[in-house]
Design a protein around this ligand. Sequence first.
Ligand SMILES: [Zn+2]
Length: 192
Amino acid sequence: MNTPSHLILNLAILGRRATPAWNWPIAIGSVLPDVALFFFYGWAKAMGLPEREIWSTVYYQPGWQDIFAVGNSIPLALLGLGIALWRRWPRWAVLFGSMLLHHLQDLPVHHDDAHRHFVPLSNVRFQSPISYWDPARFGAYVALVEWGLVVVASVVLWRRSRSRWGRFCLVSVNVFYGVMYGLMYLHGGGFA
Ligand SMILES: [Zn+2]
């Protein structure tokens, strides 16, 4: 899934009006698994690598794959969650719970780019028959479902919070998704 989707869905699912102090740990946990990806992309751009090469070869190099695997590990997130619950650290529990939810959202919608979600127990990659972006793997439909879920979650968050900045972000993400969807699938012929 796209990173902003994780953020909006996790805030809607795990957040509560009565516990605003949880919002930051939820937000951090929801984006943390993708942080390495942003560093990777920034580094690759700084090295002057062409876009094609970044995503077709460099992304798949073992060193980078190991770093991505740690950030996307379900067992490690469970371990963190277990320790936080045992030590009664609620905010850490929320953070690790949000990471876990991120992994569960990614698991069914990655194909070629499937993460090693079970590191360090296993290196297996679950290659889903559907992809959140690849037109050859129903990406045009999955992206529409993802956006639909984000719209529902956005309405939930809109009603929960009066923050102007938060509402501005919600509208911006949804408009951005609409524009990207139009460019990628409607204009780009992703349904073909
Ligand atoms: Zn992810």
